[in-house]
Write a new protein. Sequence first.
Length: 193
Amino acid sequence: MENQKEEVKDVSTEEESAEQEMVTEETNETKEADVSEEATEVEEVDELTLLKQQLEEEQDRTVRLRADFENYKRRVQKDKEADYKYRAQSLLSDLLPVLDNLERALAVEATSEEAISLTKGVDMVYRSLVAAVEKEGLESVESEGKPFDPNFHHAVMQEKDENQDSGIVLQELQKGYKLKDRILRPAMVKVNE
């Protein structure tokens, strides 16, 4: 009987061992499945985080591009306005010597009748030219009796005059002109020391 008991114990021990092995295998499989699930979840979380980062980067890039484009539009608009405002600058710069020559012609004293009528004709041309360029925004720079300003005047001579303060323009040698708020040519002047 004892043998039988021992055999029963051995069989039950074997069964318990087999059962324990099965439970261990199932536990291991469950653990592996859990680890696999966790790994999948971690991969999904990493992938989701990566996608969120990429989305944020793309949104940031889009915002920057939009801002750059708005700045570009403003710059282009500003350039267009400046081009329109100063569209006549090149032509007016080329006409300044013509104005100078007409002024010199009018400064000559006419004595004969022919010279007087020629002077009247030159004066009419001069006045119409001045009116046309003034329409475009050309203005002469006032110099004589004003303080010397290097933005508007170009000093070519100095002279000592006791009746004037130092730095005052004594004589305008060549007229200066500005187009709206831009100097086309500074006035050539003689300045008091």
